[in-house]
Ligand binder design. Structure first.
Ligand SMILES: [Ca+2]
Ligand SMILES: [Ca+2]
Length: 229
């Protein structure tokens, strides 16, 4: 009986978590490659969960939670700091895994833009999400974004919010028009070179994800950034 009261109290607290999701407009998406498996990487805890929403609310309460598993048959929830595709056991029937759309690092959250857009359309898509096309202010942030791109968009160029559209050679961030205070250009490979009028910033796998100037009308994946309290 005592366990039932405890369970009801936990459920009530989790309802508050659900409210938090709606306020933050947070989202998650299913990772079909992990279905019916047991993910090993970043496992933190397994607990009871009567629904997928409940399980997602548990995940969203933790900054470290990048992904969670839910099994509706046994009503259980697994909280993970990471879900690597190469770190799984097969044949764990009934489990599905979900990744948080926004990944937290320091004072920002980042969203992978999974459609290839021209630079300006990528910028607009981030604006629609009340965010900006990612802007990099430190080595730590650049390293984090590189790792995120390597895992989520392997071998792809990824748009950043920098541009020299107004004055050739004067690079600014789109959300503020402020000059770069940090940069990680592929200088060893002669970047930026404005070859054929290149005015938009992206990272380039051929140059080890260092920064290059690209033609703004090329289509690449992108990353949005929003600051969190
Ligand atoms: Ca930033
Ligand atoms: Ca240029």
């Amino acid at each position: 009986m005592r366990n039932i009261y405890l369970w009801i109290a936990t459920a009530a607290l989790n309802m508050l978590g659900i409210l938090t999701i709606k306020l933050r407009n947070d989202m998650y998406f299913e990772e079909p490659t992990l279905e019916n498996k047991r993910v090993v990487s970043g496992f933190r805890k397994e607990s009871m969960a009567f629904s997928l929403t409940y399980c997602s609310a548990v995940c969203l309460r933790y900054d470290f939670c990048e992904c969670f598993g839910f099994n509706p048959t046994i009503q259980a929830c697994r909280i993970h700091a990471s879900c690597r595709r190469n770190s799984t056991f097969v044949n764990n029937a009934g489990w599905k895994y979900y990744k948080r759309a926004w990944t937290r690092f320091q004072r920002s959250e980042y969203l992978i833009g999974r459609t290839q857009y021209k630079w300006y359309d990528a910028l607009l898509d981030c604006k629609r999400r009340s965010a900006k096309l990612v802007e990099i202010e430190s080595d730590a942030e650049d390293d984090f974004i590189n790792s995120l791109a390597k895992v989520e968009l392997p071998g792809e160029s990824v748009w950043f919010g920098g541009n020299d559209l107004v004055t050739e050679g004067t690079w600014v961030w789109a959300s503020t028009d402020e000059l770069f205070t940090y940069s990680a250009w592929a200088t060893a490979d002669g970047q930026p070179d404005d070859l054929n009028d290149e005015n938009c910033l992206h990272i380039y796998p051929t140059f080890n994800l260092k920064w290059v100037d690209g033609q703004c009308d090329d289509e690449h994946f992108y990353i949005c950034e929003r600051e969190v309290a």
